[in-house]
Design a protein around this ligand. Structure first.
Ligand code: ACO
Length: 336
């Protein structure tokens, strides 16, 4: 199919002051040494009471400005978030109102850390098959809402932040390469669990009837509980597998790719994937040291930071690779 698109603008936002690893040893049995050597993380930004939608708005505003378009030209807003402020109105509708994007229709996607690349792929499909010219994709996450700060195995990993992209049909170019691949393994769902709404107790049920939420062995209620080693094994296999899939579909070899921007979860996962793919580790973008794991926001934040630092240039071929809750995984190949 002959189709041309352009990543017209990017934006990102990290809230509050950054919190250094040592701060965790004030209330947990942990250390900067353990966290940085096992994960590559030194600090993370945590919202100081700022809602998720506001972080998303900062990133979205920056992306729309960078794209040089009027918000009224946006035909669709897709938000990925695991941590919205409201179940309704959905976050994308809040952003539509705040941006004045009156001509956009809106929906939210929750595919945990794989959410951004899924939204990017959905956006591409709308651009290919409809008359929409500009799609705004926003990934905004406040993991500090979900994290149990008494669980040293998970709380040190996560940060808050938002990233955004304006993805547009390019009327000037002939064709732009694009491929995507996604997968899921519900068998491993119990590796990352966080409750949403347990069944309600209401007036039309016997008072002694227990409410049931037994699908997963999950002691931490609405907080995220993670089986780190299970996720680690999954990520080190599925991330390079997804990258190889999109490369095969695009008929390209890994050395024809300029940069891979993976979901930022653990530096050891990224290094292991780089080794398996046979690429130099500099090609595997890692901003983990300064932001930790911001779930679905991590890829667009890295993209924006790389673009603004001039390290990603027009015409370069990029792969975004994600994995996370579900468990889900995937990758896409695009051109900047
Ligand atoms: N400080 C000190 N010790 C710790 C800490 C900590 N913060 N966390 C765990 N430990 C201890 C454990 O209690 C354990 O001690 P024990 O042997 O006495 O029981 C020991 O360190 C080893 O624990 P492991 O879990 O085996 O440590 P591992 O080397 O596997 O590293 C980690 C844990 C960093 C979580 C790793 O497994 C990992 O990165 N997994 C992937 C996580 C991930 O990718 N999450 C992203 C998906 S989720 C999402 O994005 C929403």
């Amino acid at each position: 199919m002959n189709f041309a698109y352009k990543i017209l603008g990017t934006g990102s936002y990290l809230p509050g002051p950054s919190v250094e690893n040592e701060r965790f040893s004030e209330f947990l049995d942990t250390s900067d040494e353990w966290i940085s050597t096992r994960t590559g993380i030194s600090r993370r930004h945590l919202s100081q009471g700022e809602p998720t939608w506001k972080m998303g708005l900062h990133a979205a505003t920056a992306a729309v400005e960078a794209a040089g378009i009027d918000a009224r030209e946006i035909g669709l807003i897709i938000v990925s978030t695991l941590t919205p402020d409201y179940t309704t109105p959905i976050l994308s509708c809040i952003l539509q109102k705040e941006l004045g994007a009156v001509n956009a229709f809106c929906f939210d996607v929750n595919e945990a850390c794989t959410g951004f690349i899924q939204c990017f792929d959905i956006a591409m499909r709308y651009l290919m098959t409809s008359d929409i010219r500009h799609v705004l994709i926003v990934s905004a996450e406040s993991l500090s809402k979900l994290v149990d700060y008494s669980d040293r195995r998970s709380c040190v990993l996560f940060g808050d932040g938002a990233g955004a992209v304006v993805l547009s049909r390019d009327l000037k170019s002939e064709n732009t390469p694009y491929e995507a691949f996604f997968g899921a393994d519900g068998e491993l769902g119990g590796a990352i669990v966080g409750e949403a709404f347990p069944p309600a107790r209401h007036p039309f049920m016997p008072e002694d009837m227990p409410v049931e939420l037994t699908r997963f062995d999950h002691p931490s209620g609405r907080h995220i509980a993670m089986q780190g080693q299970e996720v680690y094994r999954f990520a080190t296999t599925k991330m390079p597998f997804s990258v190889e899939k999109v490369l095969a579909r695009a008929n390209l070899s890994v050395d024809q790719i300029d940069r891979i921007i993976p979901h930022q979860a653990n530096d050891r996962i990224l290094q292991s994937a780089a080794k398996r793919l046979g690429i130099p580790s500099e090609k595997m973008v890692s901003h983990l040291r300064d932001m930790g794991n911001t779930s679905s926001a991590s890829i667009p934040i890295c993209l924006d930071q790389e673009v603004r630092a001039g390290r990603i240039k027009r015409g370069e071929k990029l792969i975004f690779a994600g994995f996370g809750g579900g468990l889900t995984y995937g990758a896409l190949l695009c051109e900047y």
